[in-house]
Design a protein around this ligand. Structure first.
Ligand SMILES: Nc1ncnc2c1ncn2[C@@H]1O[C@H](COP(=O)(O)OP(=O)(O)OP(=O)(O)O)[C@@H](O)[C@H]1O
Ligand SMILES: [Mg+2]
Length: 174
């Protein structure tokens, strides 16, 4: 499915603001899709990462359309997920193909999943093991809705800031 980006500014104006993070605002459009609007460089980089990884894995909510320079990405709307348990059960069932699993087995499948997402896509496990990074899509599948902050983007924004602070500290304190 493709999306006409020509009227996107008007669509956003008429859309409903449903979320705001550290670098993106998220609007629900009339079409029922969402638009993630970057408002700083980290937001542009996160939009690009989500576009790049989208389609690589069934658990990543796909990016349907992008604007030049990644100011906007259009994705499917997902409902909020209350806790992690439903997600853990969902993943364990998908992998094992059965429901009668022990809690320890479910935890094991989930930690293997986190490790795979880190190994294959450079994603931060800490970001995936929180319910707010997940949503429930129209088909009833649990998907990750916020996966733009991979190790590369994290390095660029957080460790660089930490290094800069350390440098200032050294300069001030000799
Ligand atoms: N596909 C979606 N469907 C419904 N709501 C969404 C979707 N994507 C994001 N949101 C909502 O918008 C909020 C902000 O989006 P997102 O977390 O992707 O932005 P962010 O800039 O990466 O935020 P943060 O820096 O806090 O991680 C989310 O917490 C969520 O509530
Ligand atoms: Mg985020």
């Amino acid at each position: 499915m493709s999306y006409n980006l020509d009227n996107i500014k008007q669509e956003i104006k008429e859309g409903l603001l449903i979320g705001k993070g550290s670098s993106r605002k998220v609007y629900l459009l009339k079409s029922g899709l969402v638009c993630k609007v970057a408002f700083n460089k980290k937001g542009f980089d996160q939009n690009r990462t989500e576009y790049t990884l989208s389609g690589e894995n069934e658990y990543l909510n796909p990016v349907i359309e992008i604007s030049p320079c990644y100011a906007y990405i259009i994705c499917e709307y997902c409902e909020k997920v209350k806790g992690l348990n439903a997600i853990k059960n969902y993943i364990a069932f998908n992998v094992a193909g059965e429901t009668n699993l022990k809690k320890v087995e479910i935890e094991r499948y989930f930690s293997d999943f986190l490790q795979d997402m880190e190994t294959n896509y450079n994603l931060l496990q800490g970001n995936i093991k929180v319910a707010r990074s997940w949503g429930l899509n129209k088909k009833g599948n649990y998907v990750i809705i916020d996966y733009g902050l991979n190790f590369n983007v994290w390095e660029n924004y957080y460790s660089m800031r930490a290094r800069r602070k350390l440098q200032i500290y050294k300069n001030v304190n000799g």
